[in-house]
Structures are given as structure tokens and as C-alpha cells.
Design a protein around this ligand. Structure first.
Ligand SMILES: [Zn+2]
Length: 343
């Protein structure tokens, strides 16, 4: 009884503070994968997933305390409109178009008639489910690390590769040799590659992929939705889509011509596939600067979406922050309330 009362107080205070903190019209939440991590063939980054049963609880809690509206509507709201409401506005978003969004999140969202927007990196979405899909470099590294951590690796990058690439690969292989705690330390395995400039990172990953091709085969399966899935979800009226670039590169690593070309390709792909999309561009990795903003403004984008909370800016395009929701910080309603209050 006591615990119940305490929990109710935490939730009440959390939500009230959450409302008071609103200095922007938006309360936008961000999820990635809705999956039980043990069902995946490689370790997932902790920030990447929420379990389906946690997600169900989150929907119930959020609907109780907020008015969940489509993101496209949220982008039209003013700050005062949301603050003065008994139940402030909230929008659900998902990044990357994971297949588990279709398999696990979509049925729950339908059941609860809760609108959500999924941001698609269009190069990763194929026409047919069975076609081989591209993978994010972070997932490739997790896959390789999960295979190599249990065996001694005696392969080294050749001298003709750039020095930074050789160093990163050697560092990665030495971590693989010396630890088997992949599932707990996946960020540790990704770390050697993060400081590399994009072309060098691509060389490093390519070398590892070729070298450990056989080990990668066991991980082969569909992970992103197909355009057919997108069409099914769009038809439901519950799910809308937004652009998450074409290639899912950090836009801050590209020059204006490359940013523009990538954006155009994403728009062309959505159009070709006849899947409607809303005027909201979600930055891969939340990474943006003045150049990316100016380039997207010139391309006609009105809203850009990032990954940090409390980041609303009335710039051109307008910048909208989001609160990331993942399992380790939100698998109970008390933790979720705390996360929202702390944002
Ligand atoms: Zn992404």
C-alpha cells in the first residue's frame, strides 16, 4: 500500500514538473527498436531498444497523462497551447524503420489507436522483404564482435590501408581477443571506429566484412521494414513517415552538395514508392550544424528533428528536440516518469 502511494506521488510530481518545464510546444518521444534483445543474433546497444511488454506499459502510462497526437499536428502547436492543457500534447516517433516496429510496435499502437511517426533512411528500405538489406556500421561491428570475442583472432589489417584505419582495426581486434563481455560493452567495441573520418571508417568496416564474411553469414536476416510494410502501416492511418536521410550518414560529415543530393534521393525514393511523408527531417545521430540547417532550408525543409531534449529553436528550419526512451531507463512507469521529468 505504502509503495503504491509512493509510486503515485512520484508519478504525479514527475508529470507536473514535466509540464512546468515545457518551454516549447513539443514533447516528442523517440524510440528505436521494440524487441526482446535475446531474440537478436548480436548484442544491441542499450540505447537502442525497449522490450514489447515495457512498450505496452509505456503506451498505457503516456496515454493516461498526455494527449498523444500525430507529429505533423504537434509541429503546428504553440508552447502555450500545450502547457495550459490538463494533459499536455505528446508525439511518438521511431527512428530507422526497424522490422520489429512493424512486428511488435505497430500491433500495440493499432490496439491503442495511438499515432506515431517512423523516420526512414530510404536506402535501407527495400522493395521486397526477402531482398538483402543494408546494415548500419554499428550493427556490423556488433555482429563481428559477437563472433570474434570467443575465439583467438590472428588476422591483421594490411599495410596498404591508411594508418588510422590500421590502428582502429588493430585496436578493435585486440579488444575482441581480450574480452568476451560483448553484450555488456558493445559501445567499447564501437569506440575505435567513432573518431575515424567517414571514408576511413568505411574502409575499416569493409575490410572487416570481407575478412570475416563467413562469420557474418549467420547473422543474415531482414532487419528493416520493406516498402510493402510501410504501405500497410500508412494505410492504417495510425502511422506516418518522415525522412531520416537516404544513406544514414551523419550530415555534419558531408558537404552541402552531398547533403542536398542525399535529401533529394530520399524524397525521390518516397515519391517513387508512393508512400506519403510529413515535413519533418530527422538527422541521423541527431548530428547537425549551421551548414546542414542552411542546406536543408534551401531544399525547402521546414522542420528538423534531433535527439536531444529541450532543444526547440525557432530557426529555419525549426529544430525540435526529443526525449529518447530505452529499456534500461524506462522499463517501469516510475523510471519513465523520472526520465520525462529530468529531460
Ligand atoms: Zn538513425
Amino acid at each position: 500500500m505504502k509503495t503504491k502511494m509512493m509510486l503515485r506521488t512520484i508519478l504525479g510530481v514527475g508529470c507536473r514538473l514535466f509540464r512546468l518545464q515545457r518551454n516549447c510546444p513539443a514533447s516528442i518521444l523517440m524510440w528505436h527498436r521494440i524487441i526482446n534483445p535475446e531474440e537478436e543474433s548480436y548484442p544491441l546497444e542499450p540505447g537502442m531498444y525497449v522490450r514489447p511488454e515495457s512498450f505496452r506499459r509505456q503506451i498505457t502510462f503516456l496515454k493516461k497523462h498526455f494527449t498523444v497526437i500525430p507529429l505533423s499536428e504537434m509541429l503546428q502547436k504553440t508552447a502555450s497551447e500545450s502547457i495550459t492543457r490538463e494533459k499536455p500534447y505528446l508525439a511518438f516517433t521511431f527512428d530507422d524503420g526497424w522490422l520489429d516496429n512493424f512486428e511488435n510496435a505497430f500491433p500495440l499502437l493499432m490496439e491503442e489507436q495511438t499515432p506515431a511517426t517512423i523516420f526512414l533512411p530510404t536506402a535501407y528500405i527495400e522493395n521486397k522483404s526477402e531482398q538483402e538489406q543494408l546494415l548500419f556500421w554499428t550493427d556490423k561491428i556488433s555482429m563481428i564482435a559477437s563472433e570474434l570475442s570467443n575465439e583467438y583472432i590472428n588476422r591483421y589489417p594490411p599495410d596498404y590501408l591508411p594508418l588510422d584505419v590500421q590502428k582502429a582495426v588493430r585496436h578493435f581486434l585486440s579488444i575482441c581477443k581480450n574480452t568476451d563481455a560483448v553484450s555488456e560493452n558493445i559501445n567499447y567495441f564501437l569506440a575505435p571506429f567513432r573518431p575515424l573520418i567517414r571514408p576511413e571508417r568505411e574502409i575499416a568496416i569493409q575490410w572487416l566484412e570481407n575478412e570475416f564474411h563467413e562469420q557474418m553469414l549467420s547473422h543474415h536476416r531482414q532487419r528493416h521494414i520493406s516498402w510493402e510494410h510501410a504501405k500497410t502501416m500508412a494505410k492504417s492511418g495510425i502511422i506516418s513517415f518522415g525522412i531520416h536521410s537516404h544513406q544514414h550518414n551523419l550530415q555534419t560529415e558531408l558537404n552541402p552538395e552531398e547533403i542536398q543530393a542525399d535529401y533529394k534521393k530520399a524524397v525521390a525514393t518516397f515519391t517513387e514508392q508512393q508512400v506519403p511523408f510529413i515535413d519533418a527531417y530527422c538527422y541521423p545521430g541527431g548530428s547537425y550544424n549551421d551548414t546542414t540547417q542552411m542546406t536543408l532550408a534551401n531544399a525547402g525543409v521546414k522542420n528538423t528533428i534531433i535527439t536531444t531534449p529541450n532543444s526547440y529553436k525557432e530557426t529555419q528550419p525549426q529544430i525540435w528536440g526529443r526525449v529518447g526512451i530505452h529499456e534500461d531507463i524506462s522499463n517501469s512507469t516510475a523510471k519513465l516518469a523520472f526520465r520525462l521529468w529530468r529531460q
